[in-house]
Design a protein around this ligand. Structure first.
Ligand SMILES: C=C(O[C@@H]1C=C(C(=O)O)C=C[C@H]1O)C(=O)O
Length: 184
């Protein structure tokens, strides 16, 4: 893992999550990205020719490694911790950090521990019963930039996982919006 990825992951762990109703979205487009209820992977796919995943970490963490918010949103049990970088046409767009309780992995049609370099959302949102709740948003100030992040709980066949996503500097969420007076 390179230094900037480690820095981003550390920042994502320390962020102060906010309720979307209290958040000042920088643009309408950013609001749409942050509040996306469907698969973020699918939304990213629609902005590139090829979406790929670099798997950085995929190991079980003990319950004592979870913070109080994570325990409150999930359960006080050991979880699979999955960290990835989602890339659009080779550009690093999103850092994903997902906690999947062991009980959430049981009884699924897919072994989520073996997800590998397939975007998690493509599998989760293929399930018959999926919903997203507890969505929170945040800004992260790093290297003189303000980056956007979100965290939400996904329920796959009534079993929860917690997904945190940091939008990296080249992500399409930051694309300059054509204002009405933009020429061309
Ligand atoms: C949860 C989703 O999966 C995406 C893919 C991830 C992965 O492959 O680990 C992690 C976070 C998400 O950005 C989604 O597409 O909404």
């Amino acid at each position: 893992m390179n230094q900037s990825t480690a820095l981003y992951l550390s920042a994502l762990r320390q962020v102060e999550w906010q309720d979307p109703t209290d958040f000042n979205f920088p643009t309408a487009a950013a609001k749409n990205w942050l509040l996306e209820q469907g698969s973020l992977s699918r939304l990213l796919e629609s902005h590139c020719h090829s979406l790929s995943v670099d798997l950085l970490h995929n190991r079980i963490v003990k319950a004592e490694k979870l913070n109080a918010q994570e325990i409150g949103l999930l359960a006080d049990e050991q979880c699979l911790l999955r960290k990835v970088v989602l890339k659009g046409d080779g550009q690093a767009w999103v850092l994903g950090r997902t906690l999947i309780p062991e009980t959430s992995m049981q009884g699924q049609h897919f072994d989520l521990a073996e997800q590998g370099e397939i975007p998690l959302g493509l599998t989760v949102f293929s399930a018959s019963n999926v919903k997203r709740d507890a969505l929170q948003v945040a800004t992260i100030k790093l290297d003189g930039r303000t980056l956007l992040a979100r965290r939400s709980r996904l329920w796959m066949n009534h079993k929860p996982m917690l997904v945190a996503e940091l939008f990296l500097p080249t992500a399409p969420i930051y694309a300059k919006e054509k204002s009405c007076n933009d020429r061309g």
